[in-house]
Design a protein around this ligand. Sequence first.
Ligand SMILES: Cc1ncc(CN)c(N)n1
Length: 218
Amino acid sequence: MRPTDHLTSLCAADWAAATRHAFTDALADGTLPEPLMLGYLRQDYLFVEDFTRLLGAMIAHAPSLADAVPAGQFMGLICGAENTFFQRAIAALGGDPAQPAPPHPVTVAFQALMREAAGSGRYEQMLAVLVVAEGSYLDWASPHAAKSAYLPFWFGDWIDLHAGPGFEGFVAYLRGQLDAVWTDLTPAEQHAVEERFTTAVQLERAFFDAALTGFDAA
Ligand SMILES: Cc1ncc(CN)c(N)n1
């Protein structure tokens, strides 16, 4: 079994819940109330800030230029099209993208996880969080890719950013990086990756649970 399949198998119920969630089902149907999407995007913009720093740390720790280039290209997407999406969508839904939301406890927990991974100095720890963050989004968004063109852009573009051959290739690259380093890790290091990975999946699930309830209600 691939190491990244082993990691997913450790938290299969949470993975399934995070990738087949009522929040994303409603988003893809276009029935998600706009205030819930706005609350989600304002919290997720806080997530993206620390995600960007984590990706930067991962690039800094990549073993070679070839190992770093796909992540460097993805950084351009995050700081380009995705950042612009947040600003456009939050404004269109009635928010102010220049006013950060008060962070919800789930967002705070996710920020802490990403900062710990980024500060660990350990490539595999950084990859554990990145594989979850991008792999879980690929899994929920891909089945809905054909619907995106018929949705308001704040739903449709969010699906498009997480589906399609380019994003599939990026997730495959992240998984390949983690798979490649796994066998050289000590049992303690592998256990630390398992902890980081399963915690990240729990938080992905909790993030969508909170988004469905309404972040602003917290
Ligand atoms: C919480 C969360 N996890 C993952 C992603 C995918 N980039 C995201 N935008 N937000």
